[in-house]
Structure formats: C-alpha cells, structure tokens
Design a protein. Structure first.
Length: 764
C-alpha cells in the first residue's frame, strides 16, 4: 500500500514539476516583458521631462544673454554718461523680467573727476520693485574677481560660476543664488572700459524645476521610499541646483562624474546609497549638466507588483491541479495493488509465494506472468550471486584501500612552499588500474629542490609495492646525499637486493639550486624531460634495478628565470587514440612549448586534458604521471588583476624580495605598506586591466617596479597634505602619496607607451 501511495505521489509530483516549469517560464516571460516595457516607458517619461526642463533652462539663459547683447550698442554709446545708463539699466529690467540685476562695472580711473571705481546697478528688491544704485569707491572687490579679469583680458563674454550674493543691497533680504552673464564694454577707440552684467536668479528656476518633479513623484511614485529627483551639477563637481538647499554649491559624489562620459546620455550609478538610472544632458555655453536620477526600484515597482499578482494566481492553480491529479492517479493504479502485495513477498525472498490471479488481458496480466517466470529462475541464481558479490566486494575494498595508500604517498597539496615566489611546482598521477607503478616526489633542503619521477616496470600490486619502496628510498637518501648520481646509485643498490622478479624502474632525479637556477640531474633510462619546451640532453644510464654496479653519470644545466621543466612518464606519449595512433614525443614537446608560460598547475592540468581529449574513449593502457617545475629566479615578477582580492598575493612576493635583499622585518613591512597604497591608487582610479610587479637589486637598493596600462597618474609629485593643519580640518586626499614618500627611500615615475611605470626604492 505504501509503495502504491508513493507511486501516486511520484506521478503527482512529476505533473507538478512540469506545471512548475511552465509557471517559471510564463513568469519569466511576463517579468522580462513587463520589465522591458517599464524601462522604456520610464526612459521616455524621464527623458521627456529632462528635455523639457533642459530647453526651459536654455531659454532663460539665452534670454539673459540676448538681453545683454541687444543693449550693448546703446550702452557703449552712453558709456560716458552714467546718468543715462542708469535709466538704460532700469529699462533692461523692465523689459526682461528674467533678469534680477543688471549693472555696469567701470575700469579703475575711467572718470578723472570721480573716484577710482564706479559701479552702476539696477536690481529687483525682495518686494519686486526696481532699485537703482550708483556706487563710487577708491577700490572695489570686483577688480579682484576672476570673472572680471578674464572678461577684460580675453575681451569676450562669459557666464560666471554660480555664487551666493553676499553684498548688502538696499531692499534685498537674505542670500540670493545667482549666475551672471557678463559682456565687455568698449569706448569709441575700441578699448575695454567696463563690463556689462546681468544676473539670473537660480532660486526661482530651482522652484519651477522642483514643482515639475513633484508632479511626477505624486503621479507615478506614490508610497515608494525613494523618488526621482532632478539636479544640475557643474563641471567642477558642485551642485548648482539640488532638491536639498543645504547641498547647493557642495561637492557631489565622484561616481556621478565618472558615470557621465559624454555630453548627454543615460547611465547607472549609485547616488546617496541608492542605485539609480541617470538621464543627463549638458547645457550649452555653460559648464553645467542637468541630471534626472530615477532609483531602480521606482522603475521596476509596477513590474514587481504585476508579477506578484501573477504568481499568486498561478500558485492557486497549482494547488488545485495537485489535488485533482492525485485523485485521478490513485484511481488509475488500484488494479496493481494486489500484484504489488505478492511481488513484495518475492522481494523479501519468498520465491514460492502464490501470485494472484489476474483476469484482465492487459499490461497487468503480462506483468503477472513475468513475475511467475522470475520466481522460477531467481532461486537458482541467488546463491551464486551472493558468493560472487561477496568476493568482488572484498577485492574492491582491498584495491580501494591500496589506491588510497598509494595516492597518499605522492604529494597532493600544492604549492608546499609558503611565502616563496622563486619556485612553482605541481604534479599528478593517474594509474591505469586501481594502483600503478609510477611515482614522483620532491623536497627542499638547504635552499635546493630535490625531485624525482619514475616508472616501475609492470602494473598492478607488484608495481605499486616497488613504487612505494623506491619513493621511500628517495626520501631517506635525499636527506643525506647532495648529488643526484649518488642518490640514484644508492637507490639502485637497495633495489637490486632481493629483486627476484627482475623488475626495474626508469627514474630521473634532479637537484635545483633555487638561488642560482643551476640544475644537476641524473637520468636512469627515463623519458627526457622538457626544459622550456625542448628535450633535455640525457645520457644512456641503465634503469634502476638492471645492474647492481652500474656507474650512473651526472649532467648539469642552468635554468633561466621563468623556465619550466616538464617531466612525464611514457604513459603520456604512448597514449593511443581510437585509430591506435600514439600521441608521440613530438606532440608532447610541441604542446609543452606552447604551455611553458603558464603556471605549473595550469601546464599539468592542460597537458592532462589534452591526453584525455586525444585518447577520447580509448581505455588508458599505462599509468600517466606529470610533474612541472617553474623557477622564477631571484629577480621575481608578479602579475595580478586590478582587484583588491589580488593584494593578498603581495605578502610572499615582497617577503621573498626583501629577504633576498637583506631588508629588516620593519623595513619590509614599511615597503609592503607603500606598495599596497600604490596598488590601491591604481585599482581605484587608473582603470587598468593588468598590473605587473618586478623586484630587483641595483646599486645597494631594492627596486620594486609597478607597470600598469591605466590612466596617467604621477604619485611622485609633492603631497597636497599640510600636516600642520589638524586632521579634522584638512581637505580629503593626499595622505596616500605622503605615506608612500615616507615609507620608501625614493619614487620615480615615467609614462611610456601608454603605461604608468612607477619605481619604489628601498636602501639596502
């Protein structure tokens, strides 16, 4: 009964799984369709609002500029008649309500009978009335304003930066946020004798813009925690217009400036902790950009609401389908119950139990006849199966234990050298059967790498036992001997004693000086290793175990920084494909040459992938063992990606370079701190795609070179940080460069071929 209920549930669950998949597909299609529609609708809405407000701001700016230009000729004709000019300025304000103040500022000493500075001003006061002022002083602050000097010296019109009007003007209460359009005024000889300026109030403009946005907020964004807002930002990074009056003329987030790459467009960035979509457009003839920022949850809120409703409807349908399907399936499988009870007796070992009579001629009747036939044959097979299964289980357990023991004998954790950057090593062994006769091993003693690779003749348990003996002999003998030929000679003598089966081992043993790259090696009938993709010259020594008194000859070579020595057993080059063709030494050497620039792990794993791809479904006929050793040399290099996760790789690089240079632990920490700060600058600001570090000694100095392909940045310039000012009063920035200068003994920067080349010097 339980099994039929389980079958019923299984079929029900399968139907439900199909329905769930359909629900997921429908929901996904609806979600992405609605999402795309909402994005397009929001883009059109907010882009239209941006264009409308952008056009309005351009119009007002243009009105001010046109008013100034239209009155310039009359003002130049009356420039020596201040009384007439006052009425002219008053007329400008009457005709142009957009202008809040209009004035003429004279060059010093223009009127010999007056004081040095004369200023004629017509302005709207707080009540809206026009007030006229004529101000004479021996000195006026406008002479020192950058906009006054630039207008006079360049003899050209310009818009000033936005500012708050701090001067006390009769009839004006409170500060007014203004920007001014100024135009040079010439006398009849063409000399600039004054400037004509008209002020545009941004307060009223801000109010009008905020009213438009509030209409959008109330119509489309009711009940949302974040809302769309509009602001205008200047090129220097300050807010010209912002919903929060306290943020006017304050600096905006750097992310906004980085996100807006062109004069107009759309981008996504984070504003005040909220991920938002920005529609922006620069305002001609100014340094301003108008931006409408819409939070992402505002755009997609309707899509989420619609999909929630759809999910609730689909879930209700799913519950109904579940109960209907369950009842229908239960009814369909009732005829199988009686047969199931009898089959359960057979399953419990009662092969002589009576089967029920089935009168129907259908699949159930066929199933009953099949069970009856099975009863007659199972009894004969059960005893044989039990005996065979027990034997196979015992053998498999023994072989599994043997394989685990053998694999534990070879190194299986890489790299084993903590905080070393001068050597990279990786190896792997794949027995053709449960156990095999290949081996590899290595150890470091006295700053020298002792390593070996070998292949025992034969396969299976005998080869595995000899592999274990050979590996143990290598480990013990390498702790006392310093020459590879002596190590292999002693292994040979120990191997030959008691070798009644006349088995042998091909071996290659090498000793690499990690300080110089000098390699001493001895080959005993093994495949020639590949150095930088080329076969290493080897002498024809006999394999270990062939002759007791064989005199093994040593050879030597020098590895260059970055060279990789690749060692392998003949299971690699003898691997056959489906046509029976061998992979061959030439193919192995060619592939090793292509992979020599990779890390040791990458080289071994890619070589293993290649032999498996070549052999395809062909059964592996021999053990395959691979070992790669890359020597980076004393002048180490490190290539990292421009992410903060990569900075942790600096510790072994700096520690190794400082140790070889003889730096103290304290100076090593200072050098690492300076290097981390330099890399943080590159990652944060340069937009680099790769960073390469090189360490070398030169003229009693350790030199660390940082090479990146990012934007130009020279950190050797003087730090802008003034340490005499209290920390809470100093402007942000500059401390990183200051720290780099303090933590090192010198910095040097060059820009070469589109790369930043920064050198950090540390005296030894």
């Amino acid at each position: 009964m339980k099994r039929f209920r389980s079958l019923s549930q299984s079929l029900t669950y399968r139907i439900m799984a199909v329905v769930l998949v359909m629900m997921a597909v429908i929901t996904s299609v609806v979600f992405f369709t609605v999402r795309a529609y909402m994005l397009n609708e929001a883009r059109d809405r907010y882009l239209g609002l941006l264009l409308e407000n952008h056009q309005e701001m351009r119009r007002k700016l243009s009105d001010v500029a046109v008013a100034v230009k239209n009155n310039l000729d009359d003002i130049e004709n009356e420039i020596d008649q201040p009384e007439k000019l006052m009425h002219r300025l008053e007329r400008v304000l009457q005709v142009n309500p957009t202008i809040i103040t209009c004035g003429v500022l004279y060059q010093p000493g223009h009127f010999p009978d007056r004081k040095q500075c004369l200023e004629l001003i017509a302005t709207h006061d707080s009540a809206g009335a026009i007030r006229l002022s004529s101000i004479e002083n021996d000195y006026n602050v406008y002479l020192d304003r950058q906009w006054f000097k630039e207008c006079v010296s360049n003899d050209s019109a310009l818009w000033t930066e936005v500012y708050f009007e701090n001067d006390l003007i009769p009839g004006v209460t409170g500060r007014r946020q203004l920007t001014s359009y100024i135009q040079p005024v010439h006398d009849k000889q063409g000399k600039v004798v004054a400037i004509l300026g008209a002020d545009l109030s941004l307060e009223k403009m801000r109010t009008e813009l905020m009213e438009d946005i509030q209409e959008i907020n109330s119509q489309y964004e009711q009940g949302l925690s974040h809302k769309t807002h509009l602001f205008v930002v200047a090129r220097n990074g300050t807010y010209v217009i912002h919903p929060d009056p306290q943020r006017l003329l304050t600096n905006c987030d750097r992310s906004i400036g980085h996100a807006m790459k062109a004069n107009h467009g759309t981008c996504v960035t984070e504003i005040d902790g909220v991920m938002s979509r920005l529609h922006y457009r620069s305002i001609p003839n100014t340094t301003w950009t108008m931006v409408i920022a819409t939070p992402k949850d505002v755009i997609l809120s309707n899509a989420y609401m619609l999909n929630t409703i759809i999910l609730l409807v689909l879930f209700s349908g799913l519950v109904a389908i579940y109960f209907i399907s369950r009842q229908m399936i239960r009814k369909s499988i009732r005829p199988l119950r009686s047969l199931a009870l009898s089959a359960e007796e057979v399953a419990n070992g009662n092969f002589s139990s009576a089967l029920p009579d089935v009168k129907s001629v259908d699949e159930v009747s066929m199933l009953r006849d099949s069970f009856e036939t099975m009863q007659t044959s199972l009894t004969d097979y059960v005893d044989e199966i039990k005996r065979t299964t027990a034997e196979q289980t015992a053998i498999m357990n023994e072989m599994t234990n043997a394989r685990d023991i053998q694999m534990a004998m070879v190194p299986n954790q890489f790299p084993p050298f903590l905080e070393r950057s001068d050597i990279d090593i990786y190896g792997m062994m794949e027995p053709a059967k449960s156990v095999g006769g290949d081996l590899f091993d290595f150890l470091i003693r006295d700053n020298r790498l002792y390593f070996c690779i070998g292949d025992v003749s034969g396969k299976g348990i005998p080869a595995a036992l000899l592999m274990a003996v050979t590996r143990s002999l290598f480990q013990s003998i390498s702790m006392s001997e310093q020459q590879p030929e002596r190590i292999i000679w002693r292994i040979n003598r120990g191997f030959c004693k008691g070798n009644i089966n006349n088995m042998f081992v091909t071996m290659f043993i090498g000793i690499l000086d990690l300080a110089t790259g000098h390699l001493d090696y001895c080959n005993a009938g093994h495949e020639a290793p590949l150095l930088a993709g080329q076969p290493l010259p080897i002498k024809r020594n006999k394999p270990v175990g062939a002759l007791l008194d064989w005199n093994f000859e040593v050879q030597e070579t020098d590895m260059q920084p970055g060279d990789t020595l690749f060692l392998y057993t003949d299971g690699l080059n003898d691997a056959r494909n489906q046509t029976g063709k061998r992979m061959g030494r030439a193919r192995v050497a060619d592939l090793a040459g292509q992979l020599t620039h990779q890390t040791a792990r990458q080289m071994v794993l890619q070589m293993a992938d290649e032999v498996h791809r070549y052999a395809a479904d062909t059964e592996q006929s021999d053990d395959i063992t691979l070992l790669a050793i890359k020597w980076t040399g004393a002048a180490s290099q490190l290539t990292i990606s421009p992410t903060f996760d990569e900075i942790d790789r600096l510790k072994p690089f700096v520690t190794d370079a400082a140790t070889q240079a003889g730096l103290s632990a304290k100076e090593t920490k200072r050098l690492r701190a300076a290097l981390e700060e330099a890399l943080a600058n590159v990652i944060n600001y340069s937009e680099a795609t790769a960073i390469m570090l090189t360490a070398e000694k030169a003229d009693r100095q350790l030199v660390i070179t940082i090479d990146d392909d990012g934007l130009p940045f020279d950190p050797t310039q003087d730090s802008p940080t003034d340490l005499s000012i209290p920390a809470d009063q100093r402007p942000p920035g500059g401390m990183g460069i200051h720290m780099m200068q303090r933590m090192t003994d010198g910095l040097n920067y060059q820009r070469l071929d589109g790369h930043n080349i920064l050198k950090l010097f540390k005296n030894i």
